[in-house]
Design a protein around this ligand. Sequence first.
Ligand code: ATP
Ligand code: MG
Length: 301
Amino acid sequence: MKKARKDRRELARFIEPYRITKGGKFRLKDHDPADTGGLGSADKPEAKRLLANGVERLAELQDRLYASNEWGMLVVFQAMDAAGKDGTIKHVMSGVNPQGCQVHSFKQPSAEDLDHDFLWRSQRVAPERGSISIFNRSYYEEVLVVRVHSQILARQRIPPSLVGKQVWDERLEDIAAYERYLARNGFAILKFFLNVSRKEQKRRFLERLDIPEKHWKFSSADVRERNHWKSYMEAYEEAIRATASEHAPWFVVPADNKWFTRLVVAAAIVETLERLDIAFPRLTDAQREELSMARAQLSKE
Ligand code: ATP
Ligand code: MG
């Protein structure tokens, strides 16, 4: 028990440097993708142990979330390709009960999506009380890929008189308002930017080309997107600056070392659930009475 508490304190050390709740001073260049929080490769076994504990604790906390059925949680993952979104989601959520956890991947919008406002498709799969919704990409694509490739915006058929120079600031404002709305309704929001370096992305792409089992992951479109790296980083920086808040913090997670990425993500989710301080529902006297009647009835059979 004491050890568990110590581990929890230990984990906190891997959250704070990466949590952004106020965007004003945020600069992406202050964040090193290769950072491992002072851990070296010799500490990897200890990091693995902490991650395993974190995952176990996450499962316990999710059980409570599910049973109490009041709070819900939205976890957003954004990143450049090959930053490790899929693997992180798979590892960190490996212990949770699938009944109370949904993963939604946001790809290019369908014709039906494009017939609606840009938050429509997210709201359709917004988290339920008692459950955790994971967005693998999200409505943030609307101020990232759409901003970098403005021809995508043209396809959205917004009346031209409404699309001016301010369009990105307006979208960011709408996103911040949407998150505040969800938070006020009892949904905890965490947003992870897996911060991989351009150099490490190249290494991972080459690995996909070298290893047959990884060929399926390779896409030449992803390589083309590397040419827009700088624009993407600017778009990410602006998005984080405009939408970081206490109720919907961003975590800028170093992503050049997968083992460290996973540790930070697990720690942040656990800590957020821990802070909600959810107890299993307490029974009323009437409910307790009902239980003992059921027990009596069963034992008579
Ligand atoms: P993986 O490659 O690991 O399977 P992925 O998330 O990269 O996962 P892809 O199908 O390769 O999945 O890519 C989805 C693409 O859809 C991305 O390039 C993303 O930028 C794009 N996308 C997501 N949301 C939008 C949006 N609202 N408007 C335009 N493009 C979008
Ligand atoms: Mg992809």
